[in-house]
Write a protein that binds this ligand. Structure first.
Ligand code: GDP
Ligand code: MG
Length: 180
C-alpha cells in the first residue's frame, strides 16, 4: 500500500486546520483548537488503489521556524500552501513558502514538483474584504508552476474535497512515494 504525505502550510489563521477538518469530516468547525498532535491519518481509495494519507497541520507559532519548514518540505510528497484572500500578509508568507519549496526541490524533476504544489486562496466567502485579487494568486501559481484554487473552507465542501483529492492523486503518482 502506498503512503502519501501532504503538508498544509501557510500563516496562522489562514484556515489550514479548517480545510483539513472539512476534508476529513465534511464539517466546517469554526474554532478548531490545535492540539499537540499535528498529523492526521486517513485511508483513502484513489483510482481503485488504497492509500494511507498523512496530513501534516503545523501547530501555531513556536514550532514554525525555518528549520522545521525545511524538515516538513523533505518529509512531504505534496504541498498545499494556503493564504487568506482577506489578508495580504498571508499572501506574502505563501509566496515565500512557494519559493522555498521550489528551491529545496531543485533535485526533483520539474514535472514532479509542478503537479504536487497547490496554492490555495482560502476564505473566498470574505470577498467583500478581499486584499488579494484572484489574478495575483493565479500569477504566483503560474510563475511557480503550481495548481491554483480559490475557495472557502466555510462554504465549499465539494471544492475542498476535489482539491485534496487531486493533490493526493498527484503526490501518489510522484516517484518519491512509489519508492517507499
Ligand atoms: P490555521 O491557523 O491556519 O489552522 O487556521 P484555522 O483553521 O484555525 O482558522 C482560523 C480562523 O479562520 C478560524 O476562526 C476559522 O473559523 C476561520 N476560517 C477558516 N476558514 C474560513 C473560511 O473559509 N471562511 C471564513 N470566513 N473563515 C474561515
Ligand atoms: Mg491550525
Amino acid at each position: 500500500m502506498n503512503d502519501v504525505k501532504l503538508a498544509v502550510l501557510g500563516s496562522d489563521g489562514v484556515g489550514k486546520s479548517a480545510l483539513i477538518v472539512r476534508f476529513l469530516t465534511r464539517r466546517f468547525i469554526g474554532e478548531y483548537a490545535s492540539s499537540t498532535e499535528c498529523i492526521y491519518r486517513k485511508r483513502l481509495s484513489v483510482d481503485g488503489r488504497q492509500l494511507n494519507l498523512e496530513l501534516y497541520d503545523p501547530c501555531p507559532q513556536p514550532c514554525d521556524g525555518k528549520t522545521s519548514l525545511n524538515e516538513q518540505m523533505h518529509w512531504a510528497d505534496g504541498f498545499v500552501v494556503v493564504y487568506d484572500i482577506s489578508d495580504r500578509s498571508s499572501f506574502l508568507t505563501a509566496t515565500a513558502i512557494v519559493h522555498l519549496i521550489r528551491e529545496l526541490h531543485l533535485g526533483v524533476t520539474k514535472r514532479d514538483v509542478d503537479s504536487v504544489v497547490f496554492l490555495v486562496g482560502n476564505k473566498q466567502d470574505l470577498c467583500h474584504m478581499r486584499e488579494v485579487s484572484r489574478e495575483e494568486g493565479q500569477r504566483l501559481a503560474a510563475e511557480n508552476s503550481c495548481q491554483f484554487y480559490e475557495l472557502s473552507a466555510a462554504e465549499h465542501y465539494q471544492e475542498v474535497a476535489l482539491m485534496f483529492s487531486k493533490v493526493v492523486r498527484n503526490a501518489s503518482l510522484n516517484g518519491k512515494s512509489k519508492d517507499r
